[in-house]
Design a protein around this ligand. Structure first.
Ligand code: CP
Length: 316
């Protein structure tokens, strides 16, 4: 693997999940693989899980991990080629990416969308600029349109908790007070399309995801219908894609409650976290045995470790 910025970079999902599973069983088995290698984690946005689990994954492989919060600690970067830099940006990504490439063997980047400029967001201009100018492999820690490391952890979690060969997995929109990106649901859709599951998306009218991602997936605006016989409920909020970045609904009837969960086949409840309690999901569900959000978050380490392993092996 030369880079990991999209679920599309996964050539064989079963093989990757199998690798993550074996890493989970023996996390320190390859503790020399990353010796004298450095992972640089650059954050333009906040994080708890992605930051710590990716650092932990690097440490398990014997790598050094260095972290920088670029938005608060770094020079403001310019991304436009040919720009006359007479504004607030002090450094062009062209130099920054090449400089960081001298310090790090792999660069990982988190950069959220603007949610105001759809075209710019869909260009993935931050991650693509690093792909263009860095001299080392680049990993997405969540970009404007995808969160592929989360998707690998999600697929691993479904694999671990499924009780039938081909489970029904439902991605449901749920209400949230703020406008949220599409990256998590987009990558979850992509990875579930690669998995052997009966996959359904449910959301209110006006909340279509980018049809390029959802093409071929069953979509319903009836959440109860979607929940029927589901084995996994994956809740997530996202803002409108068509009315880009807008909040069209905070309808509490879409909150995942125990009553909704009774419609399912004793489904497991998943969410990428952080989660707004009693907005996305009620306390009674999140605190129940049905919730697997904590082991799901634990799988972020093994997902990241599997990706780092594949990139380190490619470098040899
Ligand atoms: N799920 C996830 O990416 O969590 P963080 O934003 O805390 O990294």
């Amino acid at each position: 693997m030369k880079k990991f910025t999209s679920v599309d970079d996964i050539q064989d999902l079963d093989e990757l999940i199998s690798l993550a599973t074996s890493i989970k069983a023996a996390p320190f088995a390859d503790s020399e693989k990353g010796k004298n290698k450095t992972l640089g984690l650059l954050f333009f946005n906040p994080s708890l899980r992605t930051r710590l689990s990716t650092q932990k994954a690097a440490l398990n492989l014997g790598m050094n991990a260095i972290v920088m919060n670029l938005n608060t600690e770094g020079w403001s970067l310019e991304f436009e080629d040919g720009a006359v830099m007479d504004g607030s940006s002090a450094e062009h990504v062209k130099e920054a990416a090449q400089v960081v490439s001298q310090y790090c063997d792999i660069i990982a980047i988190r950069s959220f969308p603007t949610l105001t400029d759809k075209e710019k967001d869909e260009e993935e201009y931050v991650i693509n600029a690093f792909l263009k100018y860095a001299n080392v492999p680049v990993i997405s820690l969540e970009g404007s349109t995808e969160h592929p490391l989360q998707a690998v952890a999600d697929a691993l979690t479904v694999q671990e908790y499924k009780t039938i060969a081909r489970p029904k997995v439902v991605l449901t929109w749920a209400p949230h007070p703020k406008a949220l990106p599409h990256a998590v649901p987009n990558s979850f859709v992509k990875v579930m399309k690669k998995a052997d599951v009966d996959f359904v998306i449910t959301h209110p009218e006006g909340y279509n995801l980018n049809p390029e991602f959802t093409k071929g997936v069953t979509i319903t605006h009836n959440q109860d219908e979607a929940f029927a016989n589901a084995d996994f409920i994956y809740a997530k909020n996202w803002s409108s894609y068509d009315d880009y970045g807008q909040i069209l609904s905070k309808d509490p009837s879409w909150t995942v409650t125990p009553e909704k969960m009774t419609l399912t086949n004793n489904a497991k409840f998943m969410h990428c976290l952080p989660v707004r309690r009693n907005m996305i999901v009620s306390d009674a569900v999140l605190d129940s045995d049905a919730s697997i959000v904590i082991p799901q978050a634990n799988n972020r380490t093994y997902a990241a470790q599997a990706i780092l392993t594949k990139i380190l092996e490619n470098e040899k």
